[in-house]
Structures are given as C-alpha cells and as structure tokens.
Design a protein around this ligand. Structure first.
Ligand SMILES: Cc1ncc(COP(=O)(O)O)c(C=O)c1O
Length: 416
C-alpha cells in the first residue's frame, strides 16, 4: 500500500551550514591522487621521520598494561599523559601542573572547544593574517566577526594591533586573538620577543584571551641542543609574569602531530581553570574523551628517551629540505617568485610577480604536476592573490628540486 500523505520537505540546515565552504586545503585532495604529482601543499610531516619502531614499542607497552588503554577515560585526559605533557611544558619554559592541562583530539579540537566555550554569533575575534585556514573555518562556522591583524616578517604587528584596539567601538570589543608565534602557518615567521611582550600587555590591558597555537615551536633549525634556550619566551610564560591579577589571558595549544605523528591525534590545551573547565564540558558532548589508547601510546613514547632524538632528526632534515626549496626558488625563479627562509617549522610563504596570473599559475602547476596552496586560502576575505604557501616537510630533497623545476615551467606558462 502506498503512503496516503505527500511527504513533507525535510527541515533546513543550521544557518552556518546552509551553504558552507569546505576547507580550502582539504579540497586540494583530489589533485594529490593524480599520478606523479609532487605536493608542496599540505602541512604533512615527512613519513621518513616517523619513529615507527619507537611507536610500536610504546603501543606494545600500552596494550600490555592494565585495560586502561581500552576503556573510556576522563574527558580531561589520562593523568599519566597530562603529567608527561606538563613536564614537556617545563622544557618550553612554561610552568604547568597536570591539572592545568587538558588532552584534546589534536590541537584542532582544542581551538574548536575554545570557540564553543567563548564565541557567540557576531562576537569579534582578532586573527593574524595570513592565518591558518582551519581557524578561519571554525570562526566562520561560529559566525564570529573576524578582524584581521596584519603580519610582517617578524610575525603579528603589535603596533597595528594597538591601533586597531584603540579604534574598535566598545560594542566590538574582541573576545580573543589567535596567533601562531612560532614558525607560523603559513608565513613561517617567528614573533620577536619585544612583540610578544607587547601583545600580552595589550591582552591584559584590554581584556581578551590570546590563543597561542604552537605546533611548530620545537622545530627550530638552528638550535641543535636546547630548543627552549634559543627561543623567545612563550606568550603563556609572559602571561604568568605580566598578568597583574593572576588571571593569565594566554591559552597555550600544542600537539604531537608535527613532531611524533598526526595519526595519534594528540593535542593539548593549557588555560586558566575557569576556561579549561568549560572546554572540558564542551568536549564531553564532542567525543567524551580522546582515545585512551592513543593517549597511552603517547605517554609511553614520551616516557621513553626517544622523543628528543626524534625532534632533533626532524630539525636537521627539515632544514635541509627548506634550504633545497628556498635556494631552488632563488636560482630558478629569480625575479618572478620571492620568499624568505624560515627559521623553523614546515612552511615557506612566497609572493609572485603581478605579471603572473594566479589562477593560470595554479592550473599550470597542476598540469606540471606540482601542487601548492594558493594564498587566498589564508585570508578571511580571499584577498592577496599573488601569494602561495609551499611546504617542504613531506617531499624528499630530490622531489623538492624537481618540484621547483616544475614550478619554474608553470611560471613561464602563466605570464600575463
Ligand atoms: C597552526 C596549526 N594549528 C593546529 C593544527 C592542527 O594540528 P593537530 O593535528 O594537532 O590537530 C595545524 C596543522 O596543520 C596547524 O598548522
């Protein structure tokens, strides 16, 4: 028997999902599967740097212990991992107890939880630009009012920020500011010590949270031994020093994705207890807890003595790859493409001549079998068309050299 009623139309999607744009980087994925393509696009760590043996040992230990690794765990994370991460914070010059740390499913989740806990539609959020695209996406879905703060070769411009804060009407007082001070994604810049202090002072004076997203800080190229000694202080440590009322406005996020393996999906957040508690409540409805198995593997791995050597190998190898890319651009694309050598991380930010058509360049690059991320992906208004982000982390040096030759061919094809 057929139904007696005409079916009703299904209800509509929530406003932010009515017509959403996907992540501009993830939308490059179809090109990656084209045979022979060399990708300088994703921020993927080098597969040759994964410490598979060390992780296999850690996984065996995790499984050999009591059944904790296979059970649900506390939303804030397993105490053994929180303690190990607090110790890692100490090595970065940050005072933290295990209770101040929350384990998250990648640091991407940490930012998402912060947005849930803090942002309502129309709230003002300051973002350094060019910005990490997933941050822009999370803020767009939350219907935040994104206010860009410009960067230069020393990172976020704190003078411009001070001016902006002065001019913003009281109704648009920002709730938070997002920055990647160490080897930013996409610009590769390291925020100067002076600007760090200025930024935290501004946060204390004007009263807004600062999200210090730091997945790359350990990947400094010229610090073979102690990374922390070579780095400017973290914003979080400055917040501990400068916050007059003991309320540190800096939320510190980090991750094992870039130094150990993204598949672990282990990130963490260090924040004031009032904020951390609310993020934990938000996490309860998102995934109950980060995989205890992954947490246990991470904890075992950090407890072994392999982590420092793994990071050290990555620093040396990424520097080699970065130099291959930057020197290749300087010799083969001189006059057409310009870039600066970053002091760490995974990215080179390049600017190309106005005489090159951006869409034609991207199409020509794909036809030459080399992929990069067009600069527009990193701007809230899709501006800055003559820029691109190139990641040197995943391809080996000979592939990078080949990629530069292909880029040079693409440039020749796309001159206006
Ligand atoms: C600046 C920045 N933050 C966060 C992430 C996400 O890292 P995770 O794998 O820990 O979620 C990335 C990854 O590319 C990143 O570049």
């Amino acid at each position: 028997m057929t139904g007696l009623h005409t079916p009703a139309a299904m209800p509509g999607f929530a406003a932010p999902f009515a017509n959403p744009a996907g992540s501009p980087i993830r939308e490059l994925f179809p090109y990656l599967s084209q045979p022979g393509m060399i990708s300088l696009a994703g921020g993927y760590p080098s597969p040759s740097l994964f410490d598979a043996e060390g992780l296999a040992q850690a996984a065996a230990q995790a499984m050999a212990g009591d059944a904790q690794a296979l059970q649900y765990g506390a939303t804030e994370g397993l105490p053994v991992l929180r303690t190990a991460l607090a110790a890692l914070m100490g090595a970065r010059g940050i005072q933290a107890s295990a209770e101040q740390m929350m384990v998250t499913t990648g640091s991407q989740q940490a930012f998402d939880l912060l947005v849930r806990a803090l942002i309502e539609p129309g709230d003002t959020v300051l973002v350094e630009v060019p910005a990490y695209p997933a941050t822009l996406q999370a803020l767009r879905l939350a219907q935040a009012r994104i206010v860009p703060v410009p960067m230069d070769e020393h990172g976020l411009q704190t003078d411009a920020l001070a001016y902006l804060l002065h001019r913003l009407p009281a109704t648009q007082r920002p709730k938070l500011l997002y920055t990647v001070p160490n080897f930013s994604n996409p610009r590769g810049t390291l925020l100067s010590a002076q600007r760090r202090e200025a930024l935290v002072q501004l946060a204390c004076t004007h009263g807004f949270w600062v999200v210090e997203d730091d997945p790359y800080g350990e990947l400094r190229f010229d610090a073979p031994e102690s990374n922390a000694a070579a780095m400017p202080p973290t914003l979080r440590a400055l917040g501990d020093r400068l916050a007059a009322d003991g309320m540190n406005p800096v939320v510190y996020l980090s991750s094992l994705s870039k130094t150990v393996a993204p598949a672990l999906r282990i990130g963490w957040m260090l924040a004031d207890s009032s904020l951390l508690r609310r993020c934990a409540i938000a996490k309860q409805t998102v995934d109950l807890c980060t995989s205890p198995l992954a947490q246990m593997v991470a904890a075992r791995y950090l407890a072994s003595d392999r982590y420092p050597a793994t990071v050290q190998r990555a620093r040396i190898e990424y520097q080699r790859r970065m130099l291959a890319l930057v020197q290749g651009i300087a010799t083969q694309l001189d006059g057409h493409v310009q870039c600066a050598a970053p002091a760490g991380g995974m990215f080179v930010w390049a600017t190309f001549a106005q005489s090159i058509d951006p869409q034609a360049l991207f199409d020509a690059a794909v036809s030459q079998q080399v992929l990069y991320v067009p600069g527009t992906a990193f701007y809230p208004d899709n501006a800055q068309l003559n820029t691109m982000r190139l990641s040197f982390a995943a391809p080996e040096v000979p592939q990078i050299e080949q990629a530069v030759r292909r880029l040079a061919a693409a440039v020749t094809l796309s001159m206006r």
